[in-house]
Write a protein that binds this ligand. Structure first.
Ligand SMILES: Cc1cc2nc3c(=O)[nH]c(=O)nc-3n(C[C@H](O)[C@H](O)[C@H](O)COP(=O)(O)O)c2cc1C
Ligand SMILES: O=C(O)C(=O)c1ccccc1
Length: 389
């Protein structure tokens, strides 16, 4: 039984009954509105925005609404177990922090604060290649928490190898390779605000602290920022890395490898054939292809096709405990959470991230139990029905 989350739930209720409110809302569908009040328009829109008209970001949420949980009674779910073993690690809950770059644009404590909050709850933080803080500095804040590293895959093998070696040396176990962002999508919000953080040198701490990357430059980033940024962008953009290049990553990584951004069942099968350990079914929170299918809508088919060969993870649109229950029932082993804790970071630094994560975990634990389930591993599509039936 999960003592920590159970007691947090009581703590929240006690606070409520005692007349004190949390620093900001416990409704993770409303935390965006709270963050908008404290952030400048550029950073806020960068985080909140989606590609194009925003139709995929909206579709991600609508897809969750089309599934309903059918609660069962008298199942003995007074005590729940939310733990799960994923990619060889046992986690207290099926939740990880999605890789999010450039966290310094929302809070000065950035990735260090996120790492401390995640580590305190023993949830994996997936550190982005586009971090505003170097790998080693974030690792130093991660304590006993699980460390996963997300790769934007540089086409220079020596630079790639150097970054992976640093991540391994800093204790990162799982490698998450993001495939869907070999160019940023068409994002009118950011274009209209004239706000593209990495063009200002934000989110470049990993390459700029890398000796091999620095050896590729004619002048140090401190002396010629635009040129260094351009060089880095040209390394991680483009789609010349293909399925045949995956063995390179195997050679340079001794832990589990996960491909992020899978949306078609044939790509999932290809990933399974390539022998990777996991995939993240994700459309990058609707930030890449406007009009792309809602991530939840492709999850059942993909989980059915490859779920017995690799670990299927999910992100894009998760906001509540019920959403986690739905994604797990439809075949995900665990979910990644994106924007909500970024808003938490904006609103309260480390405490804000913790508030968001603990709220989600308490909500998940309660929803699971009230729906009649004693563990997250027992969830199947039978826990759900289509809305309107
Ligand atoms: C501000 C921001 C920055 C992001 N940066 C990265 C990144 O560096 N690497 C990556 O793989 N995904 C990145 N993502 C995508 C997330 O990992 C995740 O797929 C997405 O946010 C999930 O959707 P959600 O926000 O609806 O939960 C970013 C998302 C946001 C909102
Ligand atoms: O904005 C994003 O979605 C993203 O993935 C990213 C890519 C490069 C730098 C910062 C964020």
């Amino acid at each position: 039984m999960n003592e920590r989350f159970g007691s947090y739930q009581s703590e929240i209720y006690l606070q409520g009954y005692g007349g004190t409110s949390p620093a900001f809302t416990t409704d993770l569908t409303r935390v965006e509105a709270a963050a908008e009040k404290v952030l400048e328009p550029g950073p806020f829109s960068y985080v909140a925005g989606g590609a194009g008209s925003g139709s995929t970001a909206r579709a991600n949420r609508e897809a969750f609404d089309r599934w309903r949980i059918v609660p069962r009674m008298l199942t003995g779910a007074t005590e729940r177990d939310t733990s799960v073993t994923v990619l060889g690690e046992t986690l207290p809950a099926p939740v990880a922090l999605a890789p999010v770059g450039v966290q310094s644009i929302v809070h000065a404590d950035a990735e260090a604060a996120t790492a401390r909050a995640a580590a305190g709850l023993r949830l994996p933080m997936v550190l982005s290649t586009a971090s505003s803080t170097s790998i080693e500095e974030v690792a130093a804040e991660s304590g006993a928490g699980p460390r996963w590293f997300q790769l934007y895959w540089p086409n220079d093998p020596d630079v790639c190898g150097s970054i992976l070696a640093r991540a391994r040396a800093a204790g990162y176990s799982v490698l998450v390779v993001t495939l869907d962002t070999w160019s940023l999508g068409w994002r009118p919000c950011d274009l209209d605000n004239g706000y593209l953080p990495f063009l200002r040198g934000e989110g470049t701490a990993v390459p700029f602290s890398d000796p091999v990357f620095r050896s590729r430059l004619d002048a140090a980033p401190e002396d010629d920022l635009p040129m260094a940024v351009l060089r880095w962008i040209s390394m991680i953009t483009g789609t010349d890395r293909d399925w045949d290049a995956l063995p390179f990553l195997r050679e340079h990584w001794d832990g589990p490898i996960v491909l992020k951004g899978i949306q078609h069942v044939d790509d999932a099968r290809r990933a399974a054939r390539a022998g990777v350990d996991g995939i993240v079914v994700s459309n990058h929170g609707g930030r890449q292809v406007d009009g792309a299918v809602a991530a939840l809508d492709v999850l059942p088919e993909i989980a059915a096709a490859v779920g017995d060969r690799l670990d299927v993870l999910f992100d894009s649109g998760v906001r509540t405990g019920a959403d986690v229950v739905k994604a797990l029932a439809l075949g995900a082993k665990a979910v990644l959470l994106g924007r909500p804790w970024v808003y938490g970071l904006a609103l309260g630094g480390e405490d804000g991230v913790r508030h968001v994560l603990r709220g989600l975990l308490a909500d998940l634990d309660l929803t699971l139990g009230l729906a009649g389930h004693r563990s997250v591993t027992g969830l199947t599509p039978a826990a759900l029905t289509r809305a309107g039936r």
